[in-house]
Each structure stands twice: as C-alpha cells, then as structure tokens.
Design a protein around this ligand. Structure first.
Ligand code: PNS
Length: 168
C-alpha cells in the first residue's frame, strides 16, 4: 500500500528549512502533500494564492510532492487525502512544547494518524518564516535562507512598503 504523508504549515513564506524537510520526507514516503493553512486570522504577508504559487514552483521538479490548502481541522484534511502520517519539522527545543500539544490533540481526534518529526540540517535549525520576514523587512539579506524566488518577492514587497509606508 502506498504511504502518503501530509506536511502542513502556514508557509508564509516557505524557507529552505521547510524544503529540507520536504526533501527528506519524499525519500521516506510515496507521496507528500503540502497542506497550506488558509489562515486569514494570522494576517499572512503572502496571500494563499501567492504562497501556493511559490510552493508549486519550488517543488515542481519533485514528482511525488503536491501542493494543496486547507481550512478547519488538519486531521479532517489528512483523512480526506487518504493519508496516515503528518510530517512536522523540529528545529530546537523551543518547538517541542507547541508540537507536543498539537500532536497529542491530533492523536486524540484521530488515533489512527501518526505524526512523524524530522530535523532539518543544522544549517537551517534557526531559520523560521517569522525571522526571515523580520530580517527582510529591516533590509537584511535573506539569501540562502529561502528559495531565490522568495528572496526576490520579500525584497520587492518590503521595498514597496518602505516606499509606500504601509503593508503593501
Ligand atoms: O507552520 P505552522 O504555522 O506552525 O503550522 C501550524 C499548523 C497549520 C500545522 C496548525 O496551525 C494546524 O494544524 N492548524 C489547523 C487547525 C487544527 O487542526 N487544530 C487542532 C489540532 S492542534
């Protein structure tokens, strides 16, 4: 039987740390479905459509990786996609508490679906979407932390905001 894993997240924007996890996961599972949370309450920098477009471009060459989005409970999406595994990346101890709570809640909601954690290369162990956005917003260089297309979009977005004095 083919094993499908779901890799959920906000991906606002995708970082090279996320990519590292996807590339490890695609060697372990037959198929990885990247599930982008449509979270208007988190006020994302990039709209869902743009996050999806970026992800599709970046994982385009990988035939066993696909991109989708979801709303509501993650576990419902995982079930609907016929998957039995949720993949999450674990960078540092500080991630643990949040991941621990989510995993136990998801286990309670659906004991038949397992969460598997993978660690990215140490080069990405400190990289997060939040920090990357902060550095780019303040004019710092994010080359090597995100795919080149994302760095370009971040620079363009924040340069526009600096000129316009708003969120852009
Ligand atoms: O990349 P993120 O922002 O840490 O991803 C968080 C995500 C999308 C995995 C999490 O917010 C989520 O699963 N949201 C869906 C709502 C849900 O299922 N909640 C109950 C289980 S904790």
């Amino acid at each position: 039987m083919k094993l499908t894993a779901v890799f959920p997240g906000t991906f606002d924007p995708i970082t090279n740390g996320h990519l590292d996890i996807i590339s490890r996961g695609r060697d372990l599972f037959d198929r990885i479905v990247i599930a982008i949370l449509r979270n208007p309450d988190k006020d994302p920098l990039f709209a869902l459509e743009e996050r999806a477009e970026i992800l599709k471009t970046v994982v385009g060459p990988w035939s066993n990786v696909e991109v989708d989005s979801f709303d509501g409970l993650l576990i419902d999406f995982v079930r609907a996609r016929g998957a039995r595994v949720i993949v999450r990346g674990l960078r540092a101890l500080s991630d643990f508490e949040y991941e621990f709570q989510m995993t136990l809640m998801n286990q309670r909601l659906e004991p038949g679906i397992q969460t598997v954690f993978m660690m990215p290369s140490e080069a990405y162990s400190y990289v997060s979407s939040r920090l990357v956005k902060e550095v780019a917003r303040l004019g710092g260089d994010v080359t090597g932390l995100v795919p080149p297309d994302v760095a370009t979009r971040l620079n363009r977005r924040f340069a526009g905001m600096r000129r316009g004095g708003g969120r852009g």
